[in-house]
Structures are given as structure tokens and as C-alpha cells.
Design a protein around this ligand. Structure first.
Ligand code: AMP
Ligand code: MG
Length: 540
């Protein structure tokens, strides 16, 4: 047996007291008094390995050749379980778009078991799209290829960008068709199904605690808190007999801190989650549940990729820090019954605010290649964001080009006008060059003058400045249209080649990769309004 399992979640926490049933006969139901239900994956008819991440295989203790074995295909398509796997779906609730939604749960995710790798790290393996569970709420529990490609690629892209995230081991086509009404226009189509095997220390979310609190099931609530602290935050439990109120508050402070760090990373790279409901917030501060997410192209803080959110824009790019705070407040409410001093939880929320502020400042300094924060920075940043917003500017390209902007640039004979030189320098970042009128050129120039002065005042040499910037500002991100191109090729021609090629490029997002320039190109015009490239529905 190549993998070693130690299934603590099922062995230490209460599960639903019924026999294990196959997903195909699984009925949606309310599950009371349990953290999970035993659930078997549905066997796919003709599974095919489309892509895998070798570094994730290695993480759980597999060698490269094992990924291509029959047992790997069987286990990670849900066809045949490994000996010590104990599959289950978790019970959780959540606030969706600001409203309490009651029981949600793993509707199409089945945890297979907890692997302990050769160096003693624990990893939960989870199939997404392997069939119905008690939490499927009348949906089918499956996932279509397009959404699975997006989850697979983005999980890994985020990891390589240095953003805390769940990982993706494999992408397997099931050989079965799944019916989806992609545009919610009453015209459902049959689409190929797929399964991603996700990997994380735990998939527990804020909603796992909220559900027990909402039902006043304080015994299980406390049991779950104890379990998560002991298993996933062992440094806080520190061998103590009892997890007391003080430890729980310290734990909550740590969740606030990790969530803040994650959000600043999202803002740094231009990631928009799209559905920041409390059931999509990891207790570990990992990016989780890649659905209608998107990457900011032209810098517009009100942009949301999620068509369901087009009206309210609750989950748009610029709102993400506030929403995470709101979500943490819901978590604080739910664990409140286990804490003696409620005010200490409120106070802990300031950890979030302070961490966001500190990390945001450091991140912005690094994005601009500056070393020290000075009192003028707030206004320098404000005018930068205004500049970026004022015409359609690709955020990724703008920062990359700023790194090579010649500081203190003197007009040369062939480019006498510094304003014109700036427009040429940043040309690649402009979606509509015709928007670069005289007024814009003057404002860009004025900002660059201020920036030049700041850089000179910072006494940072140009090579060092560029090095800091180029490891903070990625060149290759999973642009929405690139993911869609990989999906089109896989879906229309059965060719997963672009998925693996993209994964490979995204492994080194900060380094120029000769021959791979096309993956850095800003969104082409054809993709401006194409579904999948600019807007996504939750139908997946
Ligand atoms: P999301 O907004 O995608 O995080 O999903 C919210 C809830 O709906 C979660 O409990 C999901 O497991 C569930 N869900 C989404 N799609 C499906 C599906 N096709 N089948 C069953 N449950 C689903
Ligand atoms: Mg979800």
C-alpha cells in the first residue's frame, strides 16, 4: 500500500449513525448531531487521467511513476477505494450573500481519508465531483470538465504565486455526461464530467462551526473546536488536557491573522474569489472552492467575475478585505458560546485589521520596489490607483513595466518628450490605447515624477529595486481567457495538452520564460465579453 492513512476526523468526531451508502442511492437530508456522513463515491464509467501535479503527488508521498498506475486512476476517480480510505462528506452551514442559509455541507465533495506522508505531515484527500452526498440538496453532486479544469489550474497557480491555498493532485475525466444550464437560460446541455482530487491539511470552513452554533448543539461545537485546534493548530494546544476559553480566543486571533494574510495576497496578484460566503472560508486561511473566480485584468475595483453577483457586487475585487472581516465576525458569533469573555473575541478582530494594514503596506512597498514606508505613501498610492482606474489598464502588466521604468529618465534625442516616452513604455498595459489622451499622459507623467523622487529618496539601487518588484508582481497569472482556451481544447478535441502546458508555465509566475510569452499576453479583444473569459455563472 503506497499511502498511509490515519483518519482522525472520522475516528474522533461523531458521524451520522447510518450505514455507508453509495452516492448513487444517496438522499439529500438534514443531518443532525453529526460532523459528517459516510458516503461512497459513484463509480465513473470510463475514467481518464487528464492532468496531475507531480509536486502534490510527492507531497503525499507518491513517486512520479505511481501517478500513472492503475490503482491511482481507480482511487482518484472514485472507482475503487484504497484499503484504509473511509470516505465521508462534511456537514456545514453558511452565510450566503449576507444571509444565513442553514445546512449546506459537502454537496459534491467526498473526503477519502487523511494521509500521513513520510515526514509526518497530514493531508486530507478530497474528490470534488464524485457524486451525491446527503448534502447535495437535490443537485447531482457531479462537476463538469470546465469547472474542474479551472479548479485544478487555479489551485496550483495560486500555490506557485505564494498564496495560501488548497492544492490539486489530479484532474480525471469521468467518461460520463453531466447536464448543466450554463447560462441559466432554460437551455441545459450535456457536458463531460470530471473529478479533481484536492489536497489540504483540512477542508473545515467557518460554516462547519456556524451550523452547530445555529442549532445550539454546543456539545458538538466544542468537540469540533477541540479537534481542529489539536489537529491543525497543535502549537496552541501544546499537550494541554483541556482546550479552555483562552486557547479558543488565541486560536481565533490566529484565524484572523491568517485570513488577513490571504486577503492581502489576493489583492497583490489580482485574484477575485467571486463567492466569499462563510462556507467558502477555510479555517486555515487557505483559498478554497474555486468556482466563479476571476483575475483582475483592467484595474477596476468594482469588478466581479460572478454573474450572480453582478447586481450587488458584494464580492468584487475591492470589497474582499471588508467581506473577510464580516465573515470573521460570523465565525466569532458562532464560537462565542464556547468563550467566557465575549469582548475578547471582538477585540481579537483587531488582529485582522492590524495584519491587513501591515501586510498591505509591506506589499505595496514591494510592488513599487520601495524599502521604507513614509508619510507620503498614502497619497502616492491613492493617485496610483486613480490613474490605474482612469483608463483600462492591465494591473499585471502595469506593475511589471514599472519595474523597468528608467528612474530619473532624461529625454533623449529620438524621444524628446518624456510624456510620450512614458506612453510607449507602458503601452502593453493599455487595453484601449486611444484612451491615452493628453490629459492622461500628463497625469501619468506627474505620477511617475513623484515615483521617481520617492525611489531616489529611498536610495535603493535599480537592480535591487527591480528584483524586489519582480518577485512581488507576477508576469504569468491564470488569465481568464487562458483557462478557457485550455478548456476549449480539452472539451472540443479531447486534448488536455494546454492544461499541462499552462500548469508548467504557472509554476514560475515571476520569471520570464522564453518561448512562453503568449501566456503573459493581456486579454485579447475576442475574450472581452465571452462567457468563461469575462463572466462566469455558478453553474459548474
Ligand atoms: P458553492 O457556492 O459552489 O461553494 O456551493 C454551495 C453549496 O452548494 C455547497 O454545499 C456545495 O457543495 C453545493 N453544490 C454546488 N454545486 C453542487 C452540485 N452540482 N451538486 C451538489 N451540491 C452542489
Ligand atoms: Mg463551496
Amino acid at each position: 500500500m503506497p499511502l498511509k492513512f490515519d483518519n482522525r476526523f472520522v475516528s474522533l468526531l461523531p458521524g451520522e449513525n447510518i450505514a455507508q451508502i453509495d452516492g448513487s442511492t444517496q438522499l439529500s437530508r438534514k443531518v443532525l448531531g453529526a460532523c459528517y456522513s459516510n458516503t461512497l463515491p459513484v463509480k465513473p464509467s470510463d475514467p481518464r487521467l487528464l492532468a496531475h501535479a507531480s509536486e502534490v503527488a510527492e507531497l503525499i508521498g507518491l513517486s512520479p511513476s505511481e501517478v500513472h498506475s492503475q490503482w491511482f486512476l481507480d482511487a482518484f476517480s472514485g472507482r475503487k477505494l484504497l484499503a484504509d480510505m473511509e470516505p465521508f462528506a462534511m456537514c456545514y452551514g453558511g452565510h450566503q450573500f449576507g444571509h444565513w442559509a442553514g445546512q449546506l455541507g459537502d454537496g459534491r465533495a467526498i473526503n477519502l481519508g487523511e494521509v500521513v506522508n513520510p515526514v509526518g505531515q497530514r493531508w486530507m484527500l478530497q474528490l470534488k465531483g464524485a457524486g451525491p452526498t446527503p448534502y447535495s440538496r437535490n443537485a447531482d453532486g457531479f462537476a463538469v470538465l470546465r469547472s474542474s479544469v479551472r479548479e485544478f489550474l487555479c489551485s496550483e497557480a495560486m500555490h506557485h504565486l505564494g498564496v495560501p491555498t488548497t492544492r490539486a493532485l489530479s484532474l480525471i475525466g469521468t467518461g460520463d455526461l453531466v447536464v448543466r444550464d450554463m447560462f441559466y437560460d432554460g437551455r441545459p446541455r450535456r457536458e463531460p464530467g470530471a473529478i479533481v482530487c484536492r489536497v489540504a491539511p483540512t477542508f473545515v470552513r467557518f460554516g462547519n462551526f456556524e451550523i452547530f452554533s445555529s442549532r445550539q448543539d454546543l456539545k458538538i461545537l466544542k468537540q469540533l473546536i477541540d479537534h481542529v485546534i489539536r489537529t491543525d493548530f497543535p502549537e496552541l494546544a501544546d499537550g494541554k488536557q483541556e482546550i479552555d476559553s483562552g486557547i479558543i480566543v488565541t486560536w481565533f486571533r490566529e484565524i484572523c491573522r491568517r485570513t488577513a494574510v490571504m486577503i492581502v495576497h489576493w489583492m497583490r496578484v489580482g485574484f477575485v474569489h467571486g463567492v466569499m460566503n462563510t462556507d467558502n472560508m477555510s479555517i486555515l486561511g487557505l483559498t478554497i472552492d474555486y468556482g466563479p473566480y476571476g483575475w483582475l485584468e483592467d484595474y477596476d475595483p468594482t469588478w466581479t467575475p460572478n454573474t450572480t453577483d453582478a447586481q450587488g457586487r458584494r464580492y468584487c475585487y475591492g470589497q474582499q478585505p471588508q467581506i473577510a472581516y464580516w465573515n470573521l465576525a460570523q465565525l466569532a458569533n458562532s464560537i462565542g458560546p464556547c468563550v467566557d469573555d465575549k469582548e475578547s473575541l471582538e477585540e481579537a478582530m483587531s488582529v485582522y485589521v492590524d495584519t491587513i494594514q501591515e501586510h498591505w503596506q509591506n506589499t505595496m512597498l514591494a510592488k513599487l520596489g520601495l524599502q521604507r514606508w513614509t508619510p507620503t505613501e498614502d497619497s502616492l498610492l491613492e493617485s496610483l490607483f486613480e490613474l490605474l482606474r482612469s483608463i483600462e489598464t492591465d494591473m499585471t502588466w502595469f506593475y511589471r513595466l514599472l519595474a523597468t521604468w528608467p528612474i530619473g529618465h532624461q529625454p533623449t534625442e529620438d524621444q524628446p518628450d518624456r510624456k510620450a516616452a512614458a506612453l510607449v513604455h507602458f503601452h502593453e498595459a493599455f487595453y484601449r490605447p486611444e484612451q491615452c489622451d493628453n490629459d492622461y499622459a500628463a497625469r501619468l507623467n506627474a505620477w511617475l515624477n513623484r515615483y521617481d523622487q520617492r525611489v531616489l529618496q529611498d536610495h535603493n539601487d535599480a537592480r535591487h529595486r527591480q528584483a524586489i518588484m519582480d518577485r512581488t508582481n507576477p508576469l504569468y497569472v491564470l488569465r481568464n481567457y487562458l483557462a478557457q482556451e485550455a478548456i476549449d481544447l480539452a472539451q472540443e478535441q479531447g486534448d488536455p495538452g494546454l492544461i499541462m502546458e499552462l500548469l508548467d508555465v504557472l509554476r514560475n509566475p515571476y520569471r520570464e520564460q522564453p518561448g512562453k510569452e503568449r501566456f503573459a499576453k493581456k486579454r485579447p479583444e475576442w475574450a472581452r465579453n465571452r462567457p468563461g473569459c469575462s463572466m462566469l455563472s455558478c453553474s459548474s
